[in-house]
Design a protein around this ligand. Structure first.
Ligand code: HEC
Length: 171
């Protein structure tokens, strides 16, 4: 998913550069100046504006992508998990059926709270201080920490819980 996204922004960026190059060439006078000044083509300012818009969009896109990559690296380091494995696990263990999970196709459950921005939370499940180890423990054994919780023990392993935790901390 990430390589495809970065590819998109790179192409957008290259398209912007190409448009800027074309606009520059058209703005640069060629050869001796004409005897009577040519009326400026209305397409030149239009193309320059379009180039600036595309360049700005590409730059913002690249910055967003960089920020997402940083969050991803931090989440991997914190949890020792691989977020790329999370979507399949969230479906296999039913997380996706009970929770809406940011950026995860098919994870639109409404039984539990949405799991976006989890790294900004102070507590997990309202009871556990929010650390990577506690998140992994909660994902495996929620009722040990919150006995009345509607969240069941799903049978997910510790390593698999690390993968899901990496996804949750990366958003
Ligand atoms: C049957 C529905 C159900 C399933 C399946 C389920 N959960 Fe939950 N989950 C809940 C409910 C309800 C809560 C809120 C419980 C509470 O706070 O006591 C919750 C809470 C959480 C929290 C804490 C959220 C917060 O805001 O602090 C996390 C994290 C979480 N679930 C992750 C998972 C993961 C990962 C899976 C899959 C392994 C999963 N859940 C499976 C229902 C479910």
């Amino acid at each position: 998913m990430r390589p495809a996204r970065s590819g998109f922004w790179l192409w957008l960026w290259l398209a912007g550069l190409a448009a800027a190059a074309v606009a520059l060439v058209r703005l640069t006078p060629e050869g001796p100046p004409p005897v009577s000044p040519r009326p400026a083509s209305p397409r030149v300012p239009l193309m320059a504006t379009a180039a600036i818009v595309v360049l700005a969009a590409g730059w913002l896109g690249l910055r967003g992508w960089e920020a997402a990559e940083e969050a991803d690296a931090r989440a991997r380091a914190l949890t020792q998990g691989n977020p790329l494995r999370a979507p399949a696990l969230a479906i296999r263990y039913g997380c996706a059926g009970c929770h809406t999970i940011a950026g995860m196709p098919g994870a639109d459950g409404q039984v539990g709270p949405p799991l976006n921005g989890l790294r900004h939370r102070v507590f997990i499940g309202g009871v556990l201080p929010n650390t990577a180890e506690n998140l992994v423990a909660w994902i495996q054994r929620p009722r040990q920490f919150s006995p009345g919780s509607a969240m069941p023990v799903t049978g997910i392993t510790a390593d698999e819980a690390r993968d899901v935790a990496a996804w949750l901390y990366a958003r």
